[in-house]
Design a protein around this ligand. Structure first.
Ligand SMILES: [Ca+2]
Ligand SMILES: [Ca+2]
Ligand SMILES: [Ca+2]
Ligand SMILES: [Ca+2]
Length: 450
């Protein structure tokens, strides 16, 4: 296995589908989050008008609706003004009416300091009598929330409604393994450590003692490096580590980030060589796919259902506009995977066009494009034929090579969300047939908004 003698005959370089790494993005405490332009107010005497413009500020505030039966109303600031900006004026409405806010929640108080410090200018008289309570409109995630402290930086989890999905399944029902065909995986990272069981380990070929399972790979204990032909599949760049953590970081472990799939194991299949670590060959892609398929049949009980993620493709970002012809060897390997019930997911590419990208556009491969924080197609994302789904791809936060955390953008980081979500479904329905998987992938569009 792993014979690269014919590489030249079908060499077709594949490139990583990520953009320039971004620096760490700020962390926000999840439960400090609130709807920025909304405030809940309880009046003693509700104002007749449903819209006011606060004098001297130009800030308009309007009533949205009554909330519950306790006398609370939801008010919204026009033009997306922030609550912190308007709070003094809301308070002034009360004080100017000869009343006082008897209670202001501590978070609002912290946002704008003590109301007692307000100046006369702030106390411009305003009708009507305001009263009693004002508080932020908190935004709680709906569903099951893991205790990983950095999840507030993982905006994609909210966008794909992972919390709601986790209410139903976290990947614990039946084993699922995600084969990450990439630059390798940092298996010493706390989120991806083999010690925590995140990395699938080969019971048939423990370290030392030669190639006990006689598959031609000595000590393929924790994946395999097809580019350099050795059992050390650690990451040569950082790309594969982020991809793996987005899919299945160690989750609900009180540390760092959460994976979309809490329980799936990762199989690191490295196809980018340590030298350069920027291009991969069809020969290694084919060998890696076949190896994943072989493992899934040789170790059915521990691997469970296998999902292959390929966050790579042709053309890469540096060759946008060029035509990448199909590779029959790759297509054959993907057909073999599908025939064995192995799901294949690939990034759709970062050229921002609709040209063909492989392997994403091969028949049977779930191609995944990227959306940004406003749920629009990311400017870099490819689209059109071959883009079966979209998932967040801008500033995706996860594990960094060598420890720590960072964010990166690209369809590379959309694909593992789809792979992991498919893995959640396969954990519930391990006997799903190939046809059923395709249907379920379509359903993901609704349940996970991929
Ligand atoms: Ca072996
Ligand atoms: Ca061995
Ligand atoms: Ca190696
Ligand atoms: Ca974690």
């Amino acid at each position: 296995m792993g014979d690269r003698g014919n590489t030249a005959a079908w060499e077709k370089k594949k490139f990583l589908l990520s953009l320039v790494p971004l620096s760490l993005i700020p962390l926000f405490p999840l439960f400090g989050a609130y709807v920025p332009d909304e405030i809940l107010i309880k009046w003693s005497e509700a104002p007749a008008a449903s819209t006011w413009t606060i004098p001297g500020t130009g800030i308009a505030i309007f009533r949205v609706k009554t909330v519950g039966t306790g006398g609370w109303e939801l008010w919204k600031l026009a033009d997306h003004k922030k609550v912190e900006t308007a709070l003094p004026y809301v308070a002034a409405m009360a004080m100017g009416s000869g009343l006082h806010l008897s209670f202001v929640s501590s978070d609002l108080r912290a946002a704008k300091g003590s109301l007692q410090q307000m100046t006369n200018e702030d106390l411009t008289p305003l009708p009507p009598a305001i009263t009693a309570y004002a508080t932020n409109d908190y935004r709680y995630p709906f569903g099951r929330v893991p205790n990983d402290p950095m999840i507030a930086s993982q905006w994609h989890l909210d966008a794909i409604r992972a919390y709601a999905g986790w209410d139903f399944e976290v990947g614990a029902s039946n084993p699922v393994t995600i084969a990450v065909i990439d630059t390798g995986v940092d298996i010493t990272h706390v989120e991806l450590s083999s010690g925590t069981g995140k990395i699938w380990t080969n019971p048939g070929d423990p370290p030392g003692g030669g190639d006990q399972d006689a598959n031609g790979k000595t000590d393929d204990c924790a994946g395999w490096d097809f580019a350099d032909e050795d059992g050390d599949a650690r990451d040569c760049l950082g790309h594969g580590t982020l991809v793996a953590s987005v899919a299945a970081a160690s989750t609900d472990n009180g540390t760092g980030v959460a994976g979309v799939n809490w329980k799936a194991k990762i199989l690191p299949l490295k196809i980018f060589p340590d030298s350069g670590c920027n291009t991969a060959d069809s020969a290694d892609i084919v060998a890696a796919i076949d190896y994943a398929v072989w493992l899934s049949t040789a170790y059915v009980s521990s691997i469970g259902r296998m999902v292959i993620n390929m966050s790579l493709g042709c053309p890469g970002a540096g060759e946008c506009g060029s035509v990448c012809s199909d590779n029959d060897a790759e297509k054959d390997a993907i057909s073999r995977a599908l025939a064995h019930g192995v799901l294949v997911v690939a990034a759709k590419g970062n050229c921002g066009d609709s040209l063909r990208v492989v392997p994403s556009d091969y028949s049977g491969v779930i191609g995944v494009g990227a959306v940004n924080r406003t749920d629009s197609l990311a400017s870099f994302s490819n689209y059109g034929s071959g883009a079966d789904l979209v998932a967040p791809g801008s500033e995706i936060f996860g594990a960094a090579k060598g420890g720590g955390y960072s964010a990166n953008s690209g369809t590379s980081f959309s694909a593992p969300q789809a792979a992991a979500a498919a893995g959640l479904i396969l954990s519930v329905l391990p006997a799903a047939t190939k046809a059923f998987q395709v249907n379920e992938a379509g359903a993901l569009r609704h349940s996970f908004r991929l």
